[in-house]
Design a protein around this ligand. Structure first.
Ligand SMILES: Cc1cc2nc3c(=O)[nH]c(=O)nc-3n(C[C@H](O)[C@H](O)[C@H](O)COP(=O)(O)OP(=O)(O)OC[C@H]3O[C@@H](n4cnc5c(N)ncnc54)[C@H](O)[C@@H]3O)c2cc1C
Length: 362
């Protein structure tokens, strides 16, 4: 799996001027890097997830796709790996693990793009390739959880060491829950896995390893749901998790578990989120665009892939690829209106081949 870590992010400099910003590193955002690169335009690409690939990587990495032109069958993760490889010559800057919260037109015609990680860019043009929105973790739904999030309750592991010598409860039955259970067992002071049913969705080998750890008495497994959390406050008033109440799967009994850390892995769900607040015209929870440039209601802001809407729109990867090609030409015109535009073929254009780092005889 291709992981471009969040450390690939350039240091956050106040309003770094860049040519284009692509919001969303799903298949369409990745292909947008390529289409812009062919025209000599550089890109910064931002995604709220720490991995590129959007729905393909997050929702169905192992599934085969059959409708990508010229690839009779292609795994979803394989498609992402191929798109990254294809975009490589254009050296885009990746800012991963950060959500774009602000896109604001500036008086000079550029756009201020700001993220949750404090990255601030000033872009000549923006392409929103946000798919169905940014993926957010599904939260533990128990009263009082909000004030404990970040204070003992977490939905992703930032550093494993944070859970060493802790009384840890892990919730969930998928790969993330089981992988971290196996990885942190023996490192955490105590470890309890809570899952709502006896069957797990995780890889069978990891499930088997977890069951071994249970039978060796090194961790406990409870079939049920977290129904409540207990907390107190530190001397400086910060809320602190002290335990959870687990209701058995049948709902008949409850178990108190002492815990100062909870990791809940209930998967991710998409949220249009901040995109809806940038003053762009929406239609059916998507960004309205034209079909010549794939430009939104604000000139200089484009939208491609699942996030856009126009008559006849079909949410397919190949539609997004076509949209990326046309948006690239429109962006070139937006950035360099004086430049004459003409169509070049990668087969025969020395300038495109130079940009690709190949020679025509390759
Ligand atoms: C199970 C399944 C099977 C599918 N099979 C096929 C198929 O066979 N063929 C086909 O053509 N299509 C298929 N699709 C649809 C296809 O996956 C989508 O059309 C495609 O992923 C859309 O790509 P995208 O780049 O527009 O968006 P996405 O893949 O959704 O990526 C968007 C990215 O933008 C990020 N993002 C959003 N908002 C922000 C923000 N504010 N800040 C930072 N990042 C943000 C998200 O985190 C996400 O990573 C399938 C979908 C599913 C769920």
């Amino acid at each position: 799996m291709s992981e471009l870590s969040a450390s690939a992010t350039a240091p956050s400099i106040e309003s770094t001027p860049v040519e284009t910003v692509i919001i969303g590193a799903g298949p369409c955002g990745l292909f947008q890097i390529f289409e812009l690169g062919l025209l000599g335009i550089s890109a910064h690409i931002i995604d709220s997830l720490s991995l590129v690939g959007g729905q393909c990587t997050e929702l169905y990495p192992e599934k085969p796709i059959y409708d990508i032109p010229a690839l009779p069958v292609c795994g979803a993760q394989e498609l992402i790996d191929r798109l990254l490889e294809q975009a490589k010559p254009f050296k885009a800057t990746f800012h991963l693990g950060q959500e774009v919260t602000e896109v604001k037109p500036l008086p000079d015609g550029r756009f201020r793009v700001a993220t949750t990680a404090g990255t601030v860019l000033s872009a000549g043009a923006v392409v929103i390739a946000g798919g169905v929105g940014s993926f957010q973790p599904r939260r533990l739904s128990v009263p009082g959880i909000e004030e404990l999030e970040g204070h003992g309750v977490q939905y992703r592991v930032r550093t494993a060491a944070e859970y060493h010598d802790r009384d840890l409860v892990i919730c969930g039955g998928g790969d993330s829950a089981l992988d971290w259970t196996v990885a942190l067992c023996g490192k955490a002071r105590s470890l309890t896995l809570v899952h709502r049913r006896a069957e797990f969705r995780a890889a069978p080998a990891t499930v088997a390893r977890m069951r071994e750890l249970v039978s060796e008495g090194r961790m406990q497994l409870i079939e049920g749901n977290v129904a409540a959390v207990h907390s107190d406050r530190s001397a400086d008033g910060v809320p602190r998790l002290t335990g959870v109440v687990v209701q058995s799967a049948g709902g008949r009994s409850t178990v108190q578990v002492h815990a100062d850390r909870v990791l809940a892995f209930f998967g991710l769900h998409p949220k249009l989120g901040p995109i809806a607040e940038w003053g762009l015209e929406l239609e059916k929870k998507a960004l309205k665009v034209d079909t010549e440039k794939f430009q939104t209601s604000v000139p200089g802001i484009f939208a491609i892939g699942d996030i856009n809407m126009y008559p006849g729109k079909k949410k397919l990867i190949l539609s997004g690829f076509h949209e990326a090609a046309l948006a690239a030409f429109a962006i070139q015109h937006h950035l360099f209106p004086e430049k004459r535009q003409f169509l070049q073929y990668t087969t025969t254009s020395p300038i495109m081949q130079k940009r690709l780092g190949v020679s025509g005889t390759d």
